[in-house]
Design a protein around this ligand. Sequence first.
Ligand code: AMP
Length: 215
Amino acid sequence: MKIILLGAPGAGKGTVAKRLTALDGSVQISTGDILRGAVQAGTELGKEAKGFMDRGDLVPDSLIMGIMEGRLQEDDCKSGFLLDGFPRTIPQAEALKALLAKLSIKLDMVVDIQVPRDVILDRLCTRRTCENSQCQAIYNVKSMPTKVEGICDKCGSKTIQRADETEAAISHRLDTYNEKTAPLVGFYSTEGIMKTVTGTSSDAVVEAIKSELGM
Ligand code: AMP
């Protein structure tokens, strides 16, 4: 499948993407994960992106398109992809449209996952992420704690609260989402491939997407 997942930070895009990859071998492409990996590795990309990310601001479109142009042409994308956290702005959506046309790739669907702001704030303030850039497993101190406090179940590295997941940074990221990313719903509605799913459960979102794709 070739799908874009829209939705505010904390709407569950990553969880839904991981479940969908298990269905048909499509790959999850999270620009947030790629950028965090670059920050941790101390690459030029990471150095340029870090300040924006820590403040909860968007990284410039040119950096993001540089990443995605290469990533979408890698071999593993041939079996399908789930774009998680990209595109985030109208210019990114326009650049993606041109790139997909150049690569003769047709999107199946754009899904907007809608979750109330208070649920998102609570979810993100209690979220913990594995600090190992190769793992980045996600936990929640309330609903999905690690077996040993502060230690990732999967790889044994430390779990941390991300610098951009303090209450102030989250609030700023949600405002940025409403201002810059929410208009993409209108952009993709005119393309006729937009589907809105309302709900706080990732299971329900996955089922809605499967049924829309006839799976
Ligand atoms: P995420 O994990 O998707 O919430 O992304 C974490 C941070 O990475 C965001 O707050 C932005 O600073 C940056 N980021 C990720 N994806 C994008 C994108 N498509 N455009 C601009 N910035 C991005």
